[in-house]
Design a protein around this ligand. Structure first.
Ligand code: UDP
Length: 378
């Protein structure tokens, strides 16, 4: 294996950003990627139906961070895309996040104004300030009927845990709206890369100082790496330490089993993503990729049902107190290592959104290579 100044494990968001930063600073960078493609879980490709699909689930970019937006715009054109999600609740399709339309459709009310919605919520919600878990967070916002209909079973399917077994932060990802806004996110910038995420990553990594080794598991080659200045690890933190704390306490992750189907019609469903928060089906949601970017083509569409599982590639850390305590033991060991840095969703065991992953990688580079100048004396 070639010698390099910087070794990076993983070609997802964190790995690609750090590689680009160091390469542009004159360093020779080697990326080792276990999979046979770049872009991590953002990887997308044109499938047999001619549709741009994401191998590891839909990725919707949204951010309020100006620096992240400016950064990603250097590598791709982006088109505006405001994500919307519908939930199949019994026999009705309703917007999620909960908004005025959700309540009117499910309960036959005729709410019209922000005040109408606030009054409805006040009559239904429970007052649980400082909610400590996901159940209390939802009850506090919308009350127990919507909790039961839209959150309880979806969460059990997604995490194999009920909301009370998860940090409040997991369920607090979803806001409640007192208007008709049916967008999933409210960030200032909401967009998708023209040509897809794989092309975006190819552009980030397109530098003569970067060499990417696909199909290469770091743990198979680590003894052949020779010396380097710094190593950045973006995989699961417990794997780096050979799961040493797992005999008694295993760090949990959730994976997704994606089951793809071809349907011989132009569109299968009304929207790119339809959630199934009930117990009638085992999948959490169906994604129909041709909706993204309004892709046109023959009368055939690809739909993907998502079944969340414990087995398989780890996608989600499971945020609760137990896992945090186990993670802290690994983190203490990680911090004691010299010139080895842990970055990203799996290495930091945090449920980061894409923009947070970009931001953290950029910030880590700045912290290591561009120490803040001392403030001039006044
Ligand atoms: N959630 C839910 N019902 C839904 C959508 C989300 O109960 O229809 C809960 C669920 O626990 C989920 C969390 O809210 O894990 C966060 O949802 P988000 O859409 O942010 O999850 P992601 O897109 O990252 O899978």
């Amino acid at each position: 294996m070639n010698t390099a100044d910087i070794v990076i494990i993983g070609a997802g968001i964190s790995g690609a950003v750090l590689a680009e930063r160091y390469a542009n600073n004159g360093k020779r960078v080697t990326i080792l990627e276990k999979r046979d493609h770049i872009a991590g879980n953002c990887y997308d490709y044109i499938d047999d139906n001619g549709i741009l699909v994401s191998k590891y689930g839909a990725h919707l970019f949204h951010t309020n961070y100006e620096e992240v937006w400016a950064y990603v715009n250097q590598f791709s054109e982006w088109y505006p895309w405001e994500h919307k999600v519908l939930a199949q609740v019994e026999d009705k399709l309703v917007p999620i996040p909960v908004n005025i339309t959700t309540v009117n459709t499910l309960y036959g009310t005729k709410l019209e104004t922000d005040q109408d919605m606030r009054d409805w919520l006040d009559a239904n919600r429970q007052d649980i300030p400082d909610a400590k878990n996901g159940r209390d967070a939802v009850l506090h916002k919308v009350g127990d009927d919507l909790y039961e209909k839209m959150f309880r079973h979806y969460t059990k399917k997604q995490w194999d845990k009920y909301p009370e077994e998860l940090d409040a932060s997991v369920l607090n990802r979803i806001p409640v709206r007192t208007n008709f806004d049916d967008r999933y996110f409210s960030d200032k910038y909401q967009a998708l890369p023209k040509g897809g995420y794989t092309q975006l990553f190819a552009a980030i990594l397109d530098h003569p100082n970067i060499s990417v080794h696909l199909g290469t598991d770091y743990f198979d080659v680590k003894d052949e790496l020779g010396s380097y200045e710094k190593l950045f690890y973006t995989g699961p933190i417990d794997r780096f330490f050979e799961f040493k704390h797992s005999l008694t306490e295993k760090l949990e992750y959730r994976s997704i089993n994606f089951v793809s189907e071809t349907v011989q019609q132009e569109y299968f469903q009304h929207n790119s993503v339809v959630n199934y928060p009930g117990r009638e089906v085992d999948y959490t949601r169906i994604v129909e990729y041709r909706h993204f970017g309004n892709q046109t083509g023959p009368q055939v569409t690809t739909i993907v049902k998502e079944y969340t599982t414990d087995e398989g590639d780890p996608y989600y850390p499971v945020p609760n107190a137990r896992n945090q305590a186990i993670y802290e033991r690994y983190r203490a060991e990680a911090e004691a290592l010299k010139d080895v840095y842990f970055v990203g969703r799996l290495a930091n065991y945090k449920y980061f959104n894409m923009d947070q992953a970009f931001k953290n990688a950029l910030a880590l580079y700045d912290e290591l290579e561009q120490p803040a100048r001392p403030v001039d004396a006044a």
